[in-house]
Design a protein around this ligand. Structure first.
Ligand code: 13P
Length: 354
């Protein structure tokens, strides 16, 4: 028995596809919480000054930045934008995006808490009351949502993620995805595998493969309509504490990612949209370009030819440099920089470089 009426299913599928078509288009993630965005917009203003600002002044600054950024982006490169609930519900900026042909989405996940069995791993809260929250987001204009789960990743010897950690995150993401579809929003499940520790590239790829496989196993149990969903993983890569960190090439990473996706993402899922994870913009776009170039050059009978669309859902890699110009009051340069990186991501998602 299908969980959705055919018209709801049709809309979810159409929206999921519109977020990754035509090829090259991707998502701009602007769902940082107020503390994080305050740090992004800190710029040359020192922390002491930032603390002097009242809550109201900081809120106003967030609204102005979001509005300026949304006005600057183009639907030529950007298919959708992820909004923080405040931006969607209180600032009501969805209409600004919709009028430009860009699909608004909302961040659905709430706070993190340690997993009792393994306190170094963090579970994600927010499932209670989620349906109502997402129904309100839909009324405010959202058509998709995202939920980020951080996944710890160390060498085999150090042993993270644990089975408890992995299963908790996979089940939470699948429950979230089912609820999001119940509210009429395309879910983007986001397993964000850490690269701060001592895993090498094969270990990072193995953890990605296991967590993504576990997510789809649980999605089956919870009745998620895969055709009306997307996944937003991190790029497999050696950890910052592993000696091979600076030796891997974008091509090594591209091959690892293609292999992981081919083994773990069902072909029913229309798209994979990567997060940038704080990597320099050049590095994040080079990984995406190498991955798509590999797919484009694969033989017709290669499994890589059957992968979903591989695009971006970047936050920092898209807006990091642009925000610095905005902080200095240079709106023109901000627009130019956002356009430059949107276009670079759009090219990378087609396997090309700027
Ligand atoms: P980054 O690309 O900055 O990692 O942001 C994407 C995102 O949505 C993280 O949750």
């Amino acid at each position: 028995q299908p969980l959705h009426t055919s018209s709801v299913a049709r809309e979810l599928i159409d929206t999921a596809r519109a977020l990754v078509h035509p090829r090259g288009k991707g998502i701009y993630a602007t769902d940082e919480d107020p503390q994080t965005i305050a740090a992004v917009l800190g710029g040359p203003i020192d922390e002491a000054r930032l603390k002097e600002w009242t809550e109201e002044e900081q809120r106003d600054r967030r609204r102005k930045w979001r509005e300026a950024a949304y006005k600057a982006i183009s639907s030529e490169y950007i298919s959708g934008v992820i909004l923080y609930p405040e931006t969607l519900i209180e600032f009501q900026l969805a209409e600004l995006l919709t009028s430009k042909g860009i699909i608004p989405g909302v961040r659905a996940n709430a706070d993190l808490r340690p997993i009792p069995r393994s306190e170094a791993e963090l579970a994600v809260e927010g499932l209670d009351g989620l349906l109502k929250k997402l129904q309100a987001a839909r009324i405010a204009g959202a058509r998709f949502s995202k939920w980020r789960c951080p996944i710890a990743c160390t060498s085999v010897v150090r042993g993270l993620p644990t089975q408890a950690g992995l299963e908790t995150q996979a089940d939470t993401l699948a429950q979230y995805a089912a609820i999001s579809q119940q509210a009429g929003l395309v879910p983007i499940v986001e397993p964000d595998v850490a690269f701060t520790e001592d895993a090498d590239l094969p270990r990072s790829a193995d953890v990605h493969e296991r967590v993504i496989s576990a997510i789809y196993e649980r999605c089956r149990v919870h009745g998620v309509l895969l055709e009306g969903s997307l996944i937003k993983p991190s790029f497999p890569q050696p950890g910052l504490k592993h000696p091979s960190r600076d030796k891997v090439t974008a091509e090594d990473v591209g091959l690892a990612i293609a292999t992981v996706i081919a083994r773990s993402v069902p072909i029913s899922v229309p798209g994979v949209v990567f997060l940038s994870g704080g990597l320099p913009s050049e590095v994040a776009t080079s990984y995406l370009a190498a991955l798509n170039a590999l797919v484009n050059s694969s033989k017709p009978d290669s499994p890589f030819r059957r992968l979903p669309v591989l695009s971006f859902s970047f936050g920092r890699a898209l807006q990091g440099d642009a925000a610095k110009h905005w902080v200095r009051g240079d709106e023109e340069k901000m627009k130019e920089t956002l356009e430059k990186w949107s276009r670079a991501c759009w090219l990378a998602a087609q396997g090309k470089t700027a």
